[in-house]
Structure formats: structure tokens, C-alpha cells
Design a protein around this ligand. Structure first.
Ligand code: F6P
Length: 323
């Protein structure tokens, strides 16, 4: 039964991630099938405050499914953190008769929705979109798989030059406070050490390995940007052990956020986009749609903002491959 939703607004917020456009396409497709009007809100919460709306049609969006970034643009909005900003956003919804909202973003986006729900009774559904994979309630966030693919493709290239020179490379990957990108990419490229915020032993393993390093081959260290030690300090500690080591630091940076979404992210975008509209129509509100054990799963926003922990199996792999 349709809970009388006539007009959905959708926006992307926080860091863009590959797969956001695919999710928009899926949302448009099911909205049209259910005769629901769909408006895209540009630049995340900023557009919600300013009333920056555009119509979204599946026929146009289908051509964008393979594109990274977000055609709606995105932002990290300071104004929405203030009550004044949220009141303006509410006015935009009322003026445009938007009776349901879908937000695609990371934990900052969901915190924003939680605060908004205090003054706004319109139902919200969230879709996890961030390369960091740091959100509870889903095994994977939109964009994580693509980011890991980009990371491994580029680290493989670094290995070519590292092997040629027998160099130590410290490669910093993104992930904010989460080690997911580092641990996944590190395992897949055969890294000699992987440093993530969640492990206290990884640095000790690294130092042991460096003491035994004979400079006759490449040595790759993957460091998550949120790691408590960090790439620079790791480099100087290595140099302290052996000042002759030929060492370089590479930050993969924002290239990890761009590029075409992987097959997994496109499918995730399709599944979560469709699920989001269905949940609104079914009368659900203030929850995030995710995938757990390959099944659709709904999580209240309060739970979502807790960090997705790196599971025991991955931690054991880190031990095995890092030692
Ligand atoms: O949350 C996604 C992310 O790419 C993080 O991995 C990174 O720490 C951050 O965003 C970078 O943010 P910005 O693009 O605002 O510098």
C-alpha cells in the first residue's frame, strides 16, 4: 500500500562516492513505476536550505549509471548544523510539497537527518554512500568496492617501480577513522605491512620486518589515513632503524573517490535505490537501507552512526599477513 507519497526529494551529501549516480537512476526508475514525482536536491543539505531543486528522470539518469561522482553535486554543509539552516530546509520541503526524503551519504549525513527529524515529521530513508565503509547496518557502503579497486590498481603500479629500485614505499590510503580500505587493498596487493586504526599490533610487526629487511626487494607498507601513527612517522621510524633504506611516501588521495563504479557498486546502487523508495511507500521512516549477509536490512539512524567495526576474520588475516 502506498502511504500517500506523492513527491520524493533525493540528495547526495558528504564525500561523493562511485555508485551514487546508479542509486539515483534506480530511485527514479521505481518512483516512475509508482507514479511518484521525484526531485533532485543539488549540493546536499546546502541545496535543501536554498531550495535548489531539479526534476530527475530515469531516461536521462540511465546514461549516468557508469559515471563516478554525483550528478546532483555534494557538499559538507555547515549551515545545516545550525537550527536556522534546518528551519530553512524544512521550508523548502513544505514549499515544494515534498513528502519524503532520501539521503545518500555517510555518517555525517545521517547525523544531519537525525537532527532534522526533531523539527521535521516527513519520513527520511538513508542510503549508505561513502568510500570509507565505516557505517553500521550494511556490509558494504556505496563506493567502497570501487575505491578499493582504484587503490589496488594504483598500488600495483607503485609495486612496479618499487621492485625496480628495491625501494620501501609507504602508501597512504583513505578511510577516515576506518581501516577498511587499507586492510582490503593491502591484503590484495601483497603488502608487507598494513597499518590501520583498529589494530595496536600492526606497527610492532612492521618494525620487526624492517629490522630483517635486506634491501634486495620492494617493501610495501599500506597506511590508513586514520592510523594513529601515520605515514610520516612510520617513515621516520623506518629510517631510524636503517638510515640507508631508500624510501618514498605516496598518498593516493582523492583518486580513490573518482572513477566509474565497479559492478558491485552499481548493483548495490540499484538494490538500495529501489529499496529506499519501497520502504518509504511501506511507511518506514528514519532508517537506513543496507545489505547484511546479502539481504536487505533496515537500521535506525541512531544505530547507523556507530562505526562499522573491522570484523574478527579480517583482523586475523591482518595478523597472518602482517607478521
Ligand atoms: O569520507 C570520504 C573521504 O574521502 C575520507 O576517506 C576522507 O578522509 C575525506 O572524505 C576527505 O574529505 P575531503 O574531500 O572533504 O577532503
Amino acid at each position: 500500500m502506498n502511504h500517500f507519497i506523492k513527491h520524493i526529494g533525493v540528495f547526495t551529501s558528504g564525500g561523493d562516492s562511485p555508485g551514487m549516480n546508479t542509486a539515483l537512476y534506480a530511485i527514479a526508475k521505481i518512483a516512475e513505476a509508482k507514479a511518484i514525482k521525484l526531485s533532485g536536491i543539488r549540493k546536499g543539505y546546502e541545496g535543501l536550505i536554498d531550495g535548489d531543486l531539479i526534476p530527475l528522470k530515469s531516461n536521462e539518469l540511465k546514461k549516468m549509471t557508469q559515471k563516478g561522482g554525483t550528478i546532483l553535486k555534494t557538499a559538507r554543509s555547515k549551515r545545516f548544523m545550525e537550527l536556522e539552516g534546518r528551519k530553512k530546509a524544512l521550508k523548502t520541503l513544505k514549499t515544494n510539497s515534498i513528502d519524503a526524503l532520501i539521503a545518500i551519504g555517510g555518517d555525517g549525513t545521517f547525523k544531519g537527518l537525525l537532527a532534522f527529524s526533531e523539527i521535521c515529521d516527513i519520513p527520511f530513508i538513508g542510503i549508505p554512500g561513502t568510500i570509507d565503509n565505516d557505517i553500521s547496518g550494511t556490509d558494504y557502503t556505496l563506493g567502497f568496492d570501487s575505491a578499493v579497486n582504484t587503490a589496488i590498481e594504483n598500488i600495483d603500479k607503485i609495486r612496479d617501480t618499487a621492485e625496480s629500485h628495491n625501494r620501501v614505499f609507504i602508501i597512504e590510503v583513505m578511510g577516515r577513522d576506518s581501516g577498511y580500505i587499507a586492510i582490503n587493498s593491502g591484503l590484495m596487493v601483497g603488502a608487507d605491512a598494513i597499518l590501520i586504526p583498529e589494530s595496536g599490533k600492526d606497527f610492532i610487526y612492521l618494525l620487526d620486518k624492517v629490522r630483517n629487511y635486506d634491501s634486495e626487494e620492494a617493501f610495501l607498507v599500506i597506511v590508513s589515513e586514520g592510523d594513529e601513527i601515520g605515514a610520516e612517522l612510520v617513515a621516520s621510524k623506518i629510517k631510524e632503524i636503517n638510515g640507508d633504506i631508500d624510501l618514498r611516501i605516496t598518498r593516493l588521495g582523492h583518486i580513490q573517490r573518482g572513477g566509474n563504479p565497479s559492478a558491485l557498486d552499481r548493483m548495490l546502487g540499484i538494490r538500495l535505490g529501489v529499496a529506499a523508495v519501497k520502504q518509504l511507500v511501506n511507511g518506514n521512516k528514519n532508517k537506513m537501507v543496507g545489505i547484511l549477509n546479502n539481504q536487505l536490512h533496515l537500521t535506525p539512524f541512531e544505530e547507523v552512526v556507530k562505526q562499522h567495526q573491522v570484523n574478527n576474520e579480517l583482523m586475523e588475516l591482518l595478523d597472518l599477513f602482517g607478521k
